[in-house]
Write a protein that binds this ligand. Sequence first.
Ligand SMILES: [Mn+2]
Length: 324
Amino acid sequence: MRPVRDLNWQPVLRQIAQADGVMLTTHQNPDGDGMGSMIALLLHLRSRGVRAFAHCADPVPRIYCFLAGSEMITHGLGLPEKVDTIISLDCGAKGRLAQKEQFFSGSTLINIDHHASNKNFGDINLIDASYCSTGVMVHDFIAADQGELTVAMAEAIYVTVITDTGNFRHRGVTGDVHRLAAELVDQGVDPERVGHAVYSNNSHARMKLFGLALETMTFTHHDTVAWLYITEESYRQSGADVEDTEGLIDVAASVEKVEIAVFLRPHLANSWKVSFRSRGRIHVGDLAGQLGGGGHPNASGCQINGDLDAVRAQVKVEVDRALA
Ligand SMILES: [Mn+2]
């Protein structure tokens, strides 16, 4: 195994070597990168005889349950095992782990992430925004630890790459990304199996939700900004849940002329999760940052309190500013 980049993993290796139990975790509403990173690292650490666990505030999304190792991931509030080392993967801010302070107390916190907006909230921080996914950082960690990449680990890392690059379409996808993907396929990953599980397994409820959301789609700024939303009523009508909203914003971003897509969904009482995609020059990570969130240049998000119209108006102010 060759690492994609040369990072100094020594502080992480040292901490794990002396750890009395390691808990891996990722952000709430986990995505393919969070899940794949946890699974690959969990399998590696266990192969090394480390007492390791993986736990997230939210359950494994259904589309990632095909990954071998996903069945070992637990979810909920609080720490399910006694450990003294916690590794946060793919999470830009501690709050997004959605755990109480108790969860972290007495543990050394290792923060491994590729979000440029990462707040360096760990005791040990390995942050590098040049990686296309946190899963590739885990790949490099396994290489630094002279581990062996099994098919299950390779498949988990492959999922982090395809989901975080929009299937190799985002800006910043380099030859290195494709070369790594090729190595993973050589290792035994079946792109058809993975692609089918992640992208071609839509439920009827999800399609109904997409229909309701697409009916709300509007365009502003000479058709360069696409807006769509769902409400609690959309969930009730379709029978879909929050997991089914994954990918909706990418449909809006795929419309001709669109440079920014904005998707709003209800989150808790009187609060909205706002997601952004950029297909052009606008850095939506900065845009979300202005609204208290963060993310990548072409994919980001934030949470805003208020009713739908007020939240949309607030977002529009920042979109106006970004496009000015
Ligand atoms: Mn990621």
